[in-house]
Design a binder for this molecule. Structure first.
Ligand code: NDP
Length: 246
């Protein structure tokens, strides 16, 4: 089964961690894949090799999507190369955390530029060329709804904005047969939040399933939302958090 055969998927922040698992899953499901990353070219090239084993076409783009003009150019490149975008997955995000008094003056702008403006702008640009059946999927965080402790105000605020954005997109695009959904992971075992890291026990404490999730598990949910099976699912928020809120 190649449910995304003939489709083009764009994964922004797709070369490491959760994003890399999503890129691999899009390729496995038959999509041609465009992958945006910021700087780590070795990992990007390595992933590109893996993707080319399954995807009909692969385009890797190095750009900082916190820069809105650079993001625009990247999406233009994808459209020029593939002629279309069927699935957009917004993954890239930044967490600047710490005591309230310690945030640098530019912290708000940096966090919101990457975590909110980039997914919004990418959705706006991609939707302009998306055909009927298009999919917009954004990776938020469970901290949008539940804070485990102090120090995450800015990150949580930015991730909370994505719920409103997603519901707005669902309304804007539903009549065109395009869906928009939000995936909110709990602790997922990646370089930024390793299952054996210093905060791991604290992260797992509130969970019903007391382990970190895997990037592949998040990618499975994204694959469902990207598929034709999810055609009547829009404006929804899916928590994938080991039962944090149970
Ligand atoms: P990272 O946040 O480390 O993301 C890595 C990917 O995003 C890489 O491909 C990286 O490129 C790319 N990226 C980062 N910044 C930019 C940028 N400015 N422009 C373009 N690409 C960029 O990995 P995770 O998998 O841990 O997190 C992915 C998403 O999931 C984030 O939005 C995060 O907030 C969210 N999340 C993660 C959780 C977790 O426990 N891991 C829990 C809840 C939510 P490069 O390799 O070149 O740097």
């Amino acid at each position: 089964m190649r449910p995304l055969a003939g489709k083009v998927a764009l994964v922004i922040g797709g070369t490491r961690g959760i994003g890399a698992a999503i890129s691999r899953r899009m390729a496995r499901d038959g999509a041609a894949v465009a992958v945006v990353y910021r700087s780590r070219s070795v990992e990007a090239e390595c992933l590109a090799g893996v993707l080319r084993e399954q995807a009909s076409d692969v385009l890797m783009i190095q750009v900082d999507v916190g820069d809105v003009h650079a993001l625009d150019r990247a999406i233009d490149d994808v459209v020029r190369h593939f002629g279309r975008i069927d699935v957009l997955v917004n993954v890239a995000g930044i967490a600047i955390t710490g005591p309230l008094d310690d945030y640098a003056d530019d912290a708000f702008d940096r966090v919101f530029a990457l975590n909110v403006r980039a997914p919004f702008r990418a959705a706006q640009k991609a939707a302009a060329v998306m055909p009927h059946g298009g999919r917009i999927i954004t990776i938020g965080s469970i901290v949008a709804d539940r804070m485990p402790g102090a120090g995450g105000t800015l990150y949580a605020a930015s991730k909370a904005a994505l719920g409103g954005m997603t519901r707005g997109l669902a309304r804007d695009l539903g009549a065109r047969g395009i869906t928009a959904n939000l995936v909110q992971p709990g602790p997922i075992d990646t370089e930024r939040n390793p299952a054996d890291g210093p905060n791991a026990d604290l992260n797992r404490a509130p969970l019903a399933i007391p382990r970190h999730g895997s990037p592949v598990e998040v990618a499975s949910l994204v694959a469902y939302l990207a598929s034709a099976d999810a055609g009547f699912v829009t404006g929804a928020t899916y928590d994938i958090d080991g039962g944090w809120g149970a």
